[in-house]
Design a protein around this ligand. Structure first.
Ligand code: 2P0
Length: 335
């Protein structure tokens, strides 16, 4: 079995990564991936996943990521995800899937979000499902919670909801005036995946109930700040929200942290920029890397100044991305 199936790919989708400004952190229902709190993110343009799919006659799904065939465990996870589409369509054939990330995989850069969003969109097309984007977001959520947000462009809300039906994502507003600069401080695969990290804090952190309460307030305020186009307020809420998320890891019976010395240093660099008059803010996910939120027009200058501290190949600039895109095609080489 090899990548020759790529020439037969019929359905192809692209979805952008997203960075949460109010984080998703903790599930109240593991299997359905129902979160305790609503979250709000910005979709990025040049960090994305391309996924192509076609049916094949074999007995098992085949999954390639960045040109490399994936082991059984990862392929089975994808198979469980695709099972939802098989049940909805009634078509049982196994699928060949090939995905490419435009950025380092599993380094805290939200590759599972764009990955499952692109896969959900490609599967919708392959199985000819006539479903609305809201319902597609519920399916993407089952692959990886944050994937539901990657189907849409600009600023996106994921309503926590109380059951499968009510936990979905929808766009809030465009984000053309803003940008993100991702500083890749450490590209190693993280020791504690976010799924395990959030489970741990839900069960063991004294601060978890406070997080749920604070996140709800941050979500409401962030929504208002975005609609008011209040850049400073968006940045302030985002920065404080990520620190509250990280505080839950310190407040656990079994304390851990995703931050590294380089993360604290980068946080201080961002604060120094602000003191010197360049208004930028940081946010940090379940890993050591820093994402800088800034105005679109200041991104080139921020990059120029950041290059005093970081190599060019460690910096990933991005503007706001669009929602998922579909293409019917004959083979992946026509991308
Ligand atoms: C977020 N994260 O809102 C938060 C902030 C990490 C920190 O969404 O278990 O890969 O597959 O639902 O979606 C990462 O979590 O976790 C994440 P699962 P997912 O972006």
């Amino acid at each position: 079995m090899d990548l020759s199936y790529e020439r037969q790919i019929k359905s192809y989708a692209r979805a952008g990564a997203n960075i949460a400004l109010v984080k998703y952190w903790g599930k109240k229902q593991e299997a359905l991936k129902l979160p305790y709190n609503s979250s709000l993110s910005m979709t990025l343009d040049n960090l994305y996943t391309d996924t192509g799919m076609c049916f094949h006659s074999g007995e098992k799904d085949i999954f390639y990521l960045n040109g490399k065939r994936q082991a059984e465990e990862e392929t089975e996870k994808v198979g469980v995800f695709l099972e939802m589409f098989r049940q909805l369509s009634g078509k049982r054939d196994r699928v060949f899937i090939s995905s490419y990330n435009s950025f380092p995989t599993a380094a805290g850069l939200a590759s599972s979000a764009s990955g499952y969003a692109a896969m959900a969109a490609a599967a919708k097309q392959l199985y000819h499902l006539d479903i609305e984007d809201k319902d597609l977001s519920r399916l993407a959520r089952r692959g990886s919670g944050s994937a539901c947000r990657s189907l849409f462009g600009g600023f996106v809300m994921w309503h926590a909801g109380t059951d499968d039906e009510s936990s979905y994502a929808e766009p809030l507003a465009e984000a053309e005036e803003y940008a993100m600069l991702i500083l890749l401080l450490n590209s190693e695969k993280k020791a504690k995946p976010s799924t395990a990290g959030m489970k741990e804090v839900v069960e063991h952190s004294a601060y978890y109930p406070a997080w749920v309460e604070q996140a709800a307030a941050d979500f409401r305020e962030m929504k208002a700040a975005i609609l008011a186009k209040d850049f400073s307020r968006i940045g302030q809420i985002a920065e404080a929200n990520c620190l509250k998320m990280h505080a839950t890891t310190w407040g656990s019976d079994r304390p851990f942290t995703y931050l590294q010395p380089a993360s604290l240093e980068a946080m201080e660099i961002v604060r120094r920029f602000r003191r010197q008059g360049t208004e930028i803010y940081f946010t940090i996910d379940a890993g050591p890397n820093i994402k800088v939120f800034c105005r679109r027009k200041t991104l080139p200058e921020v990059m120029r100044q950041m290059s005093k501290y970081y190599e060019k190949d460690r910096m990933f600039p991005a503007y706001a991305g669009k929602g998922y895109q579909l293409k019917e095609c004959e083979g992946f080489d026509q991308r």
